[in-house]
Design a protein around this ligand. Structure first.
Ligand SMILES: [Zn+2]
Length: 249
Protein backbone atom coordinates (compact mmCIF):
# COMPACT_ATOMS: atom_id res chain seq x y z
CA UNK A 1 0.00 0.00 0.00
CA UNK A 2 1.10 3.52 -0.79
CA UNK A 3 0.88 6.93 0.83
CA UNK A 4 -1.40 9.31 -1.04
CA UNK A 5 0.64 12.53 -0.84
CA UNK A 6 -2.28 14.78 -1.84
CA UNK A 7 -6.01 14.16 -1.48
CA UNK A 8 -9.04 16.35 -0.73
CA UNK A 9 -10.57 13.92 1.75
CA UNK A 10 -13.13 16.44 3.01
CA UNK A 11 -14.77 16.44 -0.45
CA UNK A 12 -15.74 12.76 -0.24
CA UNK A 13 -18.99 11.51 1.25
CA UNK A 14 -18.39 10.63 4.88
CA UNK A 15 -19.63 7.06 4.36
CA UNK A 16 -17.04 6.48 1.64
CA UNK A 17 -14.04 7.48 3.73
CA UNK A 18 -13.44 4.29 5.82
CA UNK A 19 -13.26 2.01 2.75
CA UNK A 20 -11.20 4.55 0.82
CA UNK A 21 -8.65 4.67 3.64
CA UNK A 22 -8.29 0.88 3.52
CA UNK A 23 -6.55 1.38 0.17
CA UNK A 24 -3.75 3.61 1.50
CA UNK A 25 -0.99 3.30 4.04
CA UNK A 26 -1.61 6.93 4.93
CA UNK A 27 -2.96 10.05 3.23
CA UNK A 28 -1.93 13.69 3.29
CA UNK A 29 -5.30 15.47 3.40
CA UNK A 30 -5.06 19.04 2.14
CA UNK A 31 -7.59 21.83 2.69
CA UNK A 32 -9.31 24.46 0.52
CA UNK A 33 -10.13 27.18 3.09
CA UNK A 34 -11.02 27.58 6.78
CA UNK A 35 -14.19 25.45 6.70
CA UNK A 36 -12.34 22.76 4.78
CA UNK A 37 -9.40 22.95 7.24
CA UNK A 38 -11.82 22.40 10.14
CA UNK A 39 -13.26 19.35 8.36
CA UNK A 40 -9.79 18.00 7.58
CA UNK A 41 -8.76 18.44 11.22
CA UNK A 42 -11.82 16.41 12.32
CA UNK A 43 -10.95 13.65 9.83
CA UNK A 44 -7.36 13.52 11.10
CA UNK A 45 -8.67 13.12 14.66
CA UNK A 46 -11.09 10.38 13.58
CA UNK A 47 -8.67 8.34 11.46
CA UNK A 48 -5.04 7.69 12.41
CA UNK A 49 -4.07 7.29 8.73
CA UNK A 50 -5.09 10.87 7.93
CA UNK A 51 -2.43 13.56 8.23
CA UNK A 52 -3.75 17.09 7.84
CA UNK A 53 -2.51 20.12 5.91
CA UNK A 54 -4.24 23.49 6.28
CA UNK A 55 -4.37 26.28 3.70
CA UNK A 56 -6.28 28.14 0.99
CA UNK A 57 -6.61 26.74 -2.54
CA UNK A 58 -5.62 29.38 -5.12
CA UNK A 59 -8.13 28.45 -7.85
CA UNK A 60 -10.97 30.44 -6.25
CA UNK A 61 -11.80 34.07 -5.41
CA UNK A 62 -9.56 35.57 -2.74
CA UNK A 63 -10.72 35.61 0.88
CA UNK A 64 -11.69 38.93 2.48
CA UNK A 65 -9.11 40.44 4.83
CA UNK A 66 -11.14 39.24 7.83
CA UNK A 67 -11.43 35.70 6.40
CA UNK A 68 -7.72 35.63 5.64
CA UNK A 69 -6.76 36.72 9.15
CA UNK A 70 -9.20 34.23 10.70
CA UNK A 71 -7.60 31.43 8.69
CA UNK A 72 -4.05 32.41 9.67
CA UNK A 73 -5.02 32.67 13.35
CA UNK A 74 -6.75 29.29 13.19
CA UNK A 75 -3.74 27.61 11.53
CA UNK A 76 -1.39 29.01 14.21
CA UNK A 77 -3.71 27.63 16.91
CA UNK A 78 -3.81 24.20 15.27
CA UNK A 79 -0.21 24.01 14.05
CA UNK A 80 0.50 20.95 16.23
CA UNK A 81 -2.30 19.07 14.41
CA UNK A 82 -0.92 19.54 10.90
CA UNK A 83 1.98 18.07 8.93
CA UNK A 84 2.11 20.95 6.42
CA UNK A 85 0.68 24.19 5.09
CA UNK A 86 -1.47 23.42 2.05
CA UNK A 87 -2.94 23.55 -0.42
CA UNK A 88 -1.68 26.99 -1.41
CA UNK A 89 -0.29 28.49 -4.60
CA UNK A 90 -1.27 30.51 -7.67
CA UNK A 91 -4.44 30.44 -9.82
CA UNK A 92 -3.08 29.19 -13.16
CA UNK A 93 -6.32 27.60 -14.42
CA UNK A 94 -8.55 30.44 -13.22
CA UNK A 95 -6.34 32.79 -15.24
CA UNK A 96 -6.95 30.75 -18.39
CA UNK A 97 -10.69 31.44 -17.99
CA UNK A 98 -10.57 35.17 -17.28
CA UNK A 99 -8.18 38.06 -16.81
CA UNK A 100 -7.44 38.40 -13.11
CA UNK A 101 -4.85 40.37 -11.22
CA UNK A 102 -2.42 37.80 -9.90
CA UNK A 103 -0.61 40.19 -7.52
CA UNK A 104 -2.93 39.73 -4.51
CA UNK A 105 -2.65 35.95 -4.98
CA UNK A 106 1.14 36.25 -4.95
CA UNK A 107 0.92 38.36 -1.77
CA UNK A 108 -1.30 35.76 -0.07
CA UNK A 109 1.04 32.96 -1.09
CA UNK A 110 4.01 34.90 0.27
CA UNK A 111 2.18 35.21 3.59
CA UNK A 112 1.66 31.41 3.63
CA UNK A 113 5.35 30.86 2.86
CA UNK A 114 6.17 33.10 5.83
CA UNK A 115 3.79 31.06 7.99
CA UNK A 116 5.38 27.76 6.92
CA UNK A 117 8.77 29.22 7.81
CA UNK A 118 7.48 30.52 11.16
CA UNK A 119 5.88 27.18 12.08
CA UNK A 120 8.75 25.15 10.59
CA UNK A 121 6.42 23.08 8.37
CA UNK A 122 6.63 21.93 4.75
CA UNK A 123 4.43 23.63 2.15
CA UNK A 124 2.09 21.97 -0.42
CA UNK A 125 2.02 23.99 -3.63
CA UNK A 126 -0.35 24.31 -6.54
CA UNK A 127 1.96 26.05 -9.02
CA UNK A 128 2.25 24.98 -12.65
CA UNK A 129 3.95 26.27 -15.79
CA UNK A 130 5.08 29.92 -15.50
CA UNK A 131 3.64 30.19 -11.97
CA UNK A 132 6.29 27.74 -10.76
CA UNK A 133 9.00 30.30 -11.53
CA UNK A 134 7.27 32.94 -9.38
CA UNK A 135 6.91 30.39 -6.58
CA UNK A 136 10.60 29.41 -6.83
CA UNK A 137 11.51 33.12 -6.47
CA UNK A 138 9.38 33.36 -3.29
CA UNK A 139 10.70 30.12 -1.79
CA UNK A 140 14.29 31.21 -2.40
CA UNK A 141 13.61 34.69 -1.01
CA UNK A 142 12.27 33.17 2.24
CA UNK A 143 14.75 30.29 2.25
CA UNK A 144 11.95 27.74 2.56
CA UNK A 145 13.39 24.48 1.29
CA UNK A 146 10.70 21.92 2.18
CA UNK A 147 8.40 22.44 -0.79
CA UNK A 148 6.09 19.93 -2.48
CA UNK A 149 4.79 20.92 -5.94
CA UNK A 150 1.75 18.68 -6.36
CA UNK A 151 0.60 17.57 -9.86
CA UNK A 152 3.50 19.57 -11.24
CA UNK A 153 3.88 20.61 -14.88
CA UNK A 154 6.49 23.04 -16.17
CA UNK A 155 9.32 23.75 -18.59
CA UNK A 156 12.88 22.41 -18.53
CA UNK A 157 14.36 25.55 -16.92
CA UNK A 158 12.07 25.50 -13.89
CA UNK A 159 12.41 21.71 -13.58
CA UNK A 160 16.18 22.10 -13.37
CA UNK A 161 15.87 24.87 -10.78
CA UNK A 162 13.47 22.81 -8.64
CA UNK A 163 15.75 19.76 -8.73
CA UNK A 164 18.72 21.94 -7.79
CA UNK A 165 16.75 23.31 -4.82
CA UNK A 166 15.64 19.83 -3.71
CA UNK A 167 11.91 20.51 -4.11
CA UNK A 168 9.58 17.52 -4.31
CA UNK A 169 6.93 16.81 -6.91
CA UNK A 170 4.07 14.33 -6.93
CA UNK A 171 2.65 12.45 -9.84
CA UNK A 172 -1.06 11.74 -10.39
CA UNK A 173 -2.57 8.78 -12.29
CA UNK A 174 -2.56 10.86 -15.48
CA UNK A 175 1.04 9.67 -15.88
CA UNK A 176 -0.48 6.50 -17.33
CA UNK A 177 -1.79 8.41 -20.38
CA UNK A 178 -0.07 11.85 -20.55
CA UNK A 179 3.22 11.98 -22.50
CA UNK A 180 4.11 15.29 -20.78
CA UNK A 181 4.05 13.63 -17.35
CA UNK A 182 6.08 10.62 -18.57
CA UNK A 183 8.74 13.11 -19.76
CA UNK A 184 8.69 14.77 -16.34
CA UNK A 185 9.18 11.40 -14.62
CA UNK A 186 12.12 10.74 -16.89
CA UNK A 187 13.80 14.06 -15.96
CA UNK A 188 12.98 14.28 -12.25
CA UNK A 189 15.00 12.22 -9.73
CA UNK A 190 12.91 9.51 -8.06
CA UNK A 191 14.43 10.60 -4.73
CA UNK A 192 12.33 13.80 -5.01
CA UNK A 193 9.11 12.13 -6.14
CA UNK A 194 5.83 11.18 -4.45
CA UNK A 195 2.48 9.86 -5.75
CA UNK A 196 -0.96 11.32 -5.21
CA UNK A 197 -4.55 11.09 -6.37
CA UNK A 198 -5.71 14.70 -5.85
CA UNK A 199 -8.99 12.85 -5.23
CA UNK A 200 -11.86 13.13 -5.75
CA UNK A 201 -10.64 14.70 -9.02
CA UNK A 202 -11.69 12.29 -11.83
CA UNK A 203 -9.14 10.78 -14.24
CA UNK A 204 -9.46 9.66 -17.84
CA UNK A 205 -8.26 6.69 -19.87
CA UNK A 206 -8.30 3.50 -17.81
CA UNK A 207 -9.91 5.40 -14.90
CA UNK A 208 -12.87 6.79 -16.85
CA UNK A 209 -16.05 6.70 -14.74
CA UNK A 210 -14.16 5.19 -11.80
CA UNK A 211 -14.08 6.79 -8.39
CA UNK A 212 -10.68 8.31 -7.67
CA UNK A 213 -9.24 6.65 -4.60
CA UNK A 214 -5.78 5.50 -3.49
CA UNK A 215 -5.74 2.14 -5.34
CA UNK A 216 -5.19 3.92 -8.64
CA UNK A 217 -1.73 5.03 -7.49
CA UNK A 218 -0.59 1.42 -8.07
CA UNK A 219 -0.78 2.25 -11.78
CA UNK A 220 1.35 5.38 -11.30
CA UNK A 221 4.02 3.35 -9.50
CA UNK A 222 4.14 0.88 -12.38
CA UNK A 223 4.73 3.75 -14.83
CA UNK A 224 7.42 5.30 -12.62
CA UNK A 225 9.14 1.93 -12.13
CA UNK A 226 9.20 1.17 -15.84
CA UNK A 227 10.56 4.63 -16.77
CA UNK A 228 13.21 4.48 -14.04
CA UNK A 229 14.14 0.85 -14.80
CA UNK A 230 13.21 -0.41 -11.33
CA UNK A 231 11.07 -3.23 -10.02
CA UNK A 232 7.62 -2.02 -8.95
CA UNK A 233 8.28 -2.83 -5.29
CA UNK A 234 11.59 -0.92 -5.38
CA UNK A 235 9.92 2.18 -6.81
CA UNK A 236 7.12 1.88 -4.24
CA UNK A 237 9.64 1.61 -1.43
CA UNK A 238 11.56 4.72 -2.53
CA UNK A 239 8.39 6.78 -3.07
CA UNK A 240 6.98 5.76 0.33
CA UNK A 241 10.25 6.59 2.06
CA UNK A 242 10.31 10.01 0.34
CA UNK A 243 6.81 10.85 1.56
CA UNK A 244 7.43 9.60 5.09
CA UNK A 245 10.62 11.66 5.37
CA UNK A 246 9.26 14.78 3.70
CA UNK A 247 6.15 14.94 5.90
CA UNK A 248 7.95 13.65 8.98
CA UNK A 249 5.30 10.91 9.43
ZN1 LIG B 1 -5.38 19.55 -4.72
Amino acid sequence: MLIDAHIHLDKYKENDIPTLLEEAERVIAVSMNLLSSEKTLKLSKAYAKVKAAFGFHPEQPLPSEAEENALFDWIRQHAHDMVAIGEVGLPYYLRQEKAIDERPYVALLERFIGLAKELNKPIVLHAVYEDATIVCDLLEKHQLTKAHFHWFKGDATVIERMIHNGYFISVTPDCTYEAEIKQLIKKYPIELMMVETDGPWPFEGPFDNKRTSPWIMDHSIEVIASIKGLATHEAAQIITRNTTTFYNL
